[in-house]
Design a binder for this molecule. Sequence first.
Ligand code: C2E
Ligand code: MG
Ligand code: MG
Ligand code: MG
Length: 290
Amino acid sequence: VAKEEGPGLVRSFEPVMLYARQLRREMASELRSAVERDELRLVYQPVVDLVTGHMQGVEVLVRWQHPAQGLVMPDMFIPLAEESGAILQIGRWVLRKALEQLAEWRRHAEHREDFHVRVNVSAAELQAMDLVDYVRSVLRDTGASPQELVLEITESAFVGSGDVETYSMRSLKALGVRLEIDDFGTGYSSISYLRRLPVHTVKVDRTLIADICGDEGQLKFVDAVHQLIRAAGMEAVFEGIETQQQAGKLREMGCCSGQGYYFSRPINEKQVGTLLASGSRLPLATELVA
Ligand code: C2E
Ligand code: MG
Ligand code: MG
Ligand code: MG
């Protein structure tokens, strides 16, 4: 067992650790049936036009309503699901549910062609040969058009990305689905992939912008990252915008899209519906533009 922990780590038999490990193991096995037992929930975080405060779309984020543990966040169970392979089933459920929800919003709010949903896709899903067929069938079943869907693929998925991934991405692009690199700036991949991959947008990780208001050097760095993305022919989206000052700095830089607690925390489907029906301005938008 000690080997599992890697070299240099002192093995500890503290009850807390044993308990944590057992909990993880139990959760991993429960995850397999979480979809069938209908325990997964979706929340939605608005992605906003930084100049107008207008909601351009939403990012779909999954939660697990565990019968005993309560609400479990994805950072806790997505890695487990990736290890066990349950992510394939979860990912399918999320995609279908998200596009069904989009159809539901359409029925109740003004029709907005440009409104889109962004769905996170794990590396394992990208490697599954049937991803493209599945996306195509869900689009057909829900009546969504491909342009309304953005698939967010985390940067670390491109580390050593091979033929299957590239093939999947090209097929998805051919289908008309937009692709995005998520968490840009956190992986260890070379940036040359920016020009190689059929990607439309790049989402800059929140750790990069955390200190742009306190650190002039970091601000310059983020500006350069933005230029780099634009030079590669892509659009940038900034995540983790928590303050009006951060939003202002990014706007001055000419950045167009972003999301973060400053604009809105992840919200439920009813709240998105209300926003859509009321013109999609986020509560803080007027303050931002002023
Ligand atoms: P992500 O794709 O980078 O999603 C953004 C995360 O940042 C979300 O956490 C969101 O709630 C959080 N966030 C948004 N605005 C702010 C902010 O202003 N400040 C801070 N500190 N955080 C902010 P969440 O919902 O816990 O999701 C964590 C990660 O789990 C996601 O990161 C994504 O990688 C993964 N994930 C979530 N849903 C899915 C899914 O359906 N499939 C897959 N494969 N992964 C998912
Ligand atoms: Mg994401
Ligand atoms: Mg991510
Ligand atoms: Mg991210």
